[in-house]
Design a protein around this ligand. Structure first.
Ligand code: BTN
Length: 253
């Protein structure tokens, strides 16, 4: 936004009970023309969705489940960067509320000591020829569910309480997260992705670590070098070569 600062978002927070998915609900409201700033926060979800087609287990009392509607006035190719904008804001908001270090794993996992404590799912809602609306869905593990996390994720997953952290009151927590979101969203609109990119790299807890990333045509392996100006993962594959990866999942060795 040239010449003027983006205004603060007027969040409109709607608290609800058991829903299929807060992101589906916000997507529906986007199609009905809701303005940006709508936030739907649910006690639990029946069909919580995660990245890469996974489910996000969302029992009552165990997590924070909310989705935010954005209508950013930026070119379409920059919309995907909003998942990293959201990740930076959530990491800072959680750190502030719980007094601890939150690390980031590309593209947008929130971690405590290398274990996932939250995640972000970005959906685009087509608007018939206009710029799509963006729904940022955020899930944060507050308490470990009875019976634990699904066995395939148990070792790499934790909750704030499981990590021995002070649990703030939930509405206070969500208020703090939305405040940081507003600040980073405006930074992105006013100054572009570069400040977000720098902050994301500073918060990333895996720079320099050896990883592999399954891709359509095989597996890429290398050291995490950072992210580029479009938010793609940069892998140092040796011999001075940097490979950029635009989607997928990092597997740590
Ligand atoms: C991930 O896989 O890491 C992203 C998880 C995102 C889960 C949140 S919970 C609130 C919102 N509603 C959904 O159905 N998914 C997101």
């Amino acid at each position: 936004m040239a010449g003027t600062s983006a205004p603060s978002l007027a969040w409109r927070l709607e608290k609800t009970g058991h829903v299929d998915s807060t992101s589906d609900l916000v997507g529906l409201r986007a199609r009905e023309g809701a303005p940006e700033g709508l936030v739907i926060w649910a006690e639990s979800q029946e069909k919580g969705r995660g990245r890469l087609g996974r489910s996000w287990i969302s029992p009552p009392g165990c997590g924070l489940y909310f989705s935010v509607l954005l209508r950013p006035p930026v070119p379409g190719e920059q919309l995907a960067s909003l998942s990293l904008v959201t990740a930076v804001a959530m990491a800072e908001g959680l750190s502030g509320a719980c007094g601890m270090e939150i690390g980031l794993k590309w593209p947008n996992d929130l971690r405590i000591e290398g274990k996932k404590v939250g995640g972000i799912l970005l959906d685009f809602v087509p608007e018939g020829g206009k710029q799509p609306a963006v729904v940022a869905g955020i899930g944060i593990n507050l308490r470990t569910p009875l019976g634990g996390f699904p066995p395939q994720f148990a070792k790499q997953t934790t909750s704030l309480e499981g990590a021995g952290r002070r649990l703030p009151e939930e509405s206070e927590l969500i208020g703090g997260l939305l405040e940081r979101f507003d600040q980073w969203y405006r930074t992105f609109l006013d100054s572009g992705f570069e400040p977000v990119r720098q902050r994301w790299e500073a918060l990333c807890d895996g720079i320099g670590s050896q990883v592999s990333v399954p891709l359509a045509g095989g597996t890429a392996a290398g050291k995490v070098a950072g992210i580029d100006a479009a938010g793609r993962l940069l892998l140092d594959t040796g011999g001075g070569k940097l490979l950029s990866v635009d989607a997928g999942e990092i597997i740590e060795s």
